[in-house]
Write a protein that binds this ligand. Structure first.
Ligand SMILES: CC(C)[C@H](C(=O)O)[C@@H](O)C(=O)O
Ligand code: SF4
Length: 467
């Protein structure tokens, strides 16, 4: 039988299957962070259990860590408790953890692949919805809840039901100035935030093959924003090359064995997909969200929509509410929207190529005077160090950006980095929900190059003709 990539990954991990399709899946890699692990450790302790396969687990604190003055420790008491609890739990159970001042610390979805802890062919889970990121390397990766975190710790398995197969095929050359972020925002604009519900999405087509592994991670990262718990891309030579020499990756004879398996990780020609969406990459324009859901997205050349022209009543009231929250008037040109803050970071866009793209725009320029703060937050200590070797930190600092320590930061404002009520932010993160970046804060999702250009101009601009 012809199989999709998802079918292959699924079948390779089924330990047991009931007649109603409920399955027990073997989990190869379990990633942990401080927000969703405390109750799981507590449950384990109460039951007097140990972790089933200790070295399948890797932990890092990312949501609550400060991005400045780390030498002083964590000042916020709630954040400090979360991080201290993770440290104590990992120490007690001997789980490998990259602590706050470890160079390898960073956002869990950045460090997994960076360390080679995530590998092609693996099942990867984490108590975090953006675990879909890891599917970019041909892994089956999805977010789980806290009780499932405990289940994985105790048994190395998970109860799950298979999703349907969905193919999003993106063909054609992506125009200059557009990135993986624009592809995924465009896809979400087309299929909606429920478009992938109940499906595992495979992204394929020439535009996807042309992306770097980092770009594919950006794409898969936002699968959850398209309604799918997992997104994936087939293994190709780029995937294999990406893992050469990574600390947790196999070496020697095991490497050769792994590579020959990884090469089978693609959908068979003619395999069945329950749903297929075709996207023409040549039509994609840099994207900017205008509302409070990632599907409320437009090309930068567009205008804020007018609810009066919306016939569907539910959609109209949703638009009205979003416009009110966002403080926007219908028909305003996107490029006339002024911003107060800029955030370049998050597990969507904080890898080295994201920082390079933003720095290329910021080089030799200055952040506009109406922009109160522009921050660059690398996804990991290793990304930050690499950027510094390339002199990107200097480019940002000379342009007036702040150069911060790695973590989730203003993606969701669990630490001190947050918007003030009414502030408007150009952000490279993945969610623009009400209050996401701080109570009353207004988020516009964009690519790193678009965020940097907005910082310099003080309003959104089309990075394709920004000089
Ligand atoms: C805190 C965590 C559970 C959450 C998630 O699951 O995604 C967070 O990372 C987010 O991005 O909203
Ligand atoms: S960077 Fe944002 S989206 Fe990613 S894990 Fe952290 S909070 Fe969630």
């Amino acid at each position: 039988m012809k199989k999709t990539l998802y079918d292959k990954l699924w079948d390779a991990h089924v330990v047991h299957e009931e007649s109603d399709g409920t399955a027990i899946l073997y989990i190869d890699r379990h990633l942990l962070h401080e927000v969703t692990s405390p109750q799981a450790f507590e449950g384990l302790d109460l039951a007097g259990r140990k972790l089933w396969r200790l070295n399948a687990n890797l932990a890092v604190a990312d949501h609550n860590v400060p991005t400045i003055d780390r030498a002083q420790g964590i000042t916020d008491p709630i954040s400090k408790l979360q991080v201290d609890t993770l440290d104590a739990n990992c120490e007690k159970h001997q789980v490998i953890e990259f602590r706050m001042n470890d160079l390898r610390q960073g956002i869990v979805h950045v460090i997994g692949p960076e360390q080679g802890a995530t590998l092609p062919g693996m099942t990867v889970v984490c108590g975090d919805s953006h675990t879909s990121t890891h599917g970019a390397v041909g892994a089956l990766a999805f977010g789980i809840g806290t009780s499932e975190v405990e289940h994985v710790m105790a048994t190395q398995t998970l109860q799950a039901k298979k999703n349907k197969n969905m193919l999003v095929r993106v063909e054609g050359a992506l125009p200059a100035g557009c990135t993986a972020k624009d592809i995924i925002l465009h896809i979400i604009g087309v299929i909606g935030t429920a478009g992938g519900t109940g499906h595992a999405i495979e992204f394929a087509g020439s535009a996807i093959r042309d992306l770097s592994i980092e770009g594919r991670m950006t794409l898969c990262n936002m699968s959850i924003e398209a309604g799918a718990r997992s997104g994936m891309v087939a293994v190709d030579q780029k995937t294999i090359d990406y893992f050469v020499g990574r600390p947790f990756a196999p070496s020697g004879a095991l490497w050769d064995q792994a590579v020959s398996y990884w090469k089978t990780l693609h959908s068979d020609e003619g395999a069945h997909f329950d749903r297929v969406v075709e996207i023409d990459a040549r039509q994609i324009v840099p994207q900017v969200t205008w509302g409070t859901s990632p599907e409320m997205v437009l090309p930068v050349t567009g205008r804020v929509p007018d609810p009066e022209r919306e016939k569907d009543e539910i959609r109209r009231s949703g638009m009205e509410r979003a416009l009110e929250y966002m403080g926007l008037k219908p028909n305003t040109a996107i490029q006339d929207i002024k911003i107060d803050r800029v955030f370049i970071g998050s597990c969507t866009n904080s890898r080295i190529e994201d920082l390079r793209a933003a720095a290329a725009v910021a080089r030799g320029k200055r952040v506009a005077s109406n922009v109160r703060q522009a921050m660059v937050v690398a996804g990991s200590g290793l990304v930050k160090a690499q950027a510094e070797r390339e002199g990107l930190d200097k480019i940002f600092i000379e342009a007036g950006f702040e150069w911060r320590e790695p973590g989730c930061s203003m993606c969701l404002a669990m630490n001190a980095d947050r918007l003030e009520p009414g502030e408007r932010c150009a952000s490279t993160s993945n969610r623009n929900f009400e209050g996401r970046q701080g109570q009353g804060g207004r988020t516009h999702l964009v690519s790193p190059a678009m965020a940097a250009a907005a910082a310099i101009a003080g309003h959104f601009v089309d990075v394709r003709n920004f000089r």
